[in-house]
Ligand binder design. Structure first.
Ligand code: C2E
Ligand code: MG
Ligand code: MG
Ligand code: MG
Length: 284
């Protein structure tokens, strides 16, 4: 993981220094410049209700539209954004963009439509996160959307009195919390309680192994059983085939997400696709 990180940082600074700035610049300067130039934009990927195939929400995935380079994937710049602290203003700007694009369509989306943002460990110490969430929700008609925060299991967040308070406050304004990449990282059962977790997103690696070995099958079964007992929802990530969908459906995993249902896309495209789907009742 470290090598990948170093590799991607090297690649990125090479690309950016040369193409964007023509001279060496610190990562902070590069990202700040991109933020000022409004080069970060939201893509959204549908989250599907497993029982009827309807789109019950989206996950927001950040993209960097770099002139001359096209779209840069988040793995290449999020780590640097996290290291420099710029992830905080970048996420705030992303939330603003998503609200602006979705509010005009709020009435044509199903009620309580999920909108999920990925947040980083640094957000848990950001005094503005609560207000940002409140502002986001206040822009939509009441009951039209549900705001979800995805907290990745890859980063260890030490639960403290401060985070307990934050997650209690988030809960009290109706914000939902999901643990992302569940099953591969640091989350403990203690976490689920302290962060008032509403859903687990089963990591893609488990979905990839469906049908491959019995141990994975048992792990998935156990995860479903655990989530059911704890009354926590499950979302399967990285569903690419009908066979995976059928398997997860039979297990009663409630929500599914993956290329099989739809790739991440710009919000305008999503709205069009959603209309088309609604009008043709085309639910895979
Ligand atoms: P993630 O939150 O686990 O998001 C899921 C990733 O899996 C996305 O990659 C998505 O495009 C990809 N994916 C979805 N369906 C499939 C599938 O069927 N097969 C495969 N192979 N992949 C699928 P993406 O957009 O490149 O994002 C990568 C990671 O970057 C995200 O993983 C998340 O951890 C991070 N990220 C993205 N946007 C943000 C953001 O706004 N803030 C933060 N802090 N992190 C972000
Ligand atoms: Mg996520
Ligand atoms: Mg909650
Ligand atoms: Mg994930």
């Amino acid at each position: 993981a470290l090598l990948v990180l170093i590799g991607s940082l090297g690649l990125l600074s090479g690309v950016i220094c040369y193409r964007l700035l023509g001279r060496p610049a610190s990562p902070r300067t590069q990202l700040q410049g991109a933020l000022n130039a409004k080069q970060f934009e939201p893509f959204v990927q549908p989250i599907v209700n497993a029982t009827d195939g309807r789109w019950s929400g989206v996950e927001v995935l950040m993209r960097w539209r770099l002139p001359g380079e096209g779209l840069i994937r988040p793995d290449l710049f999020i780590p640097m954004a996290e290291q420099t602290g710029l992830i905080l203003p970048m996420t705030r700007d992303l939330m603003r963009q998503v609200a602006e694009a979705l509010v005009p369509h709020a009435t044509e989306l199903p009620p309580h439509f999920h909108v999920g943002f990925n947040i980083s460990a640094a957000h848990c110490n950001d005094p503005r996160l609560l207000d940002d969430c409140r502002d986001f929700l206040a822009r939509f008609p009441p009951g039209s959307i549900e705001l979800w925060l995805e907290l990745t299991e890859r980063q260890l967040i030490e639960p403290t009195e401060q985070t307990d308070l934050l997650f209690m406050q988030l809960d009290s304004i109706g914000v939902k919390v999901a643990i992302d990449d569940f099953g591969i990282g640091h989350a403990s059962l203690n976490y689920l309680q302290r962060f008032k977790v509403d859903a687990l997103k089963i990591d893609q690696s488990f979905i990839k192994r469906i049908g491959a070995d019995t141990l994975s099958a048992h792990l998935l079964d156990t995860l479903v059983e655990l989530a059911t007992k704890l009354e926590i929802d499950l979302i399967a990530e990285g569903v690419e085939t009908a066979a995976q969908r059928d398997y997860l459906r039979a297990l009663h995993v409630r929500y599914l997400q993956g290329y099989f249902f739809g790739r991440p896309m710009p919000i305008g495209e999503f709205i069009h696709a959603h209309r088309h789907k609604r009008d043709t009742a085309d639910h895979p």
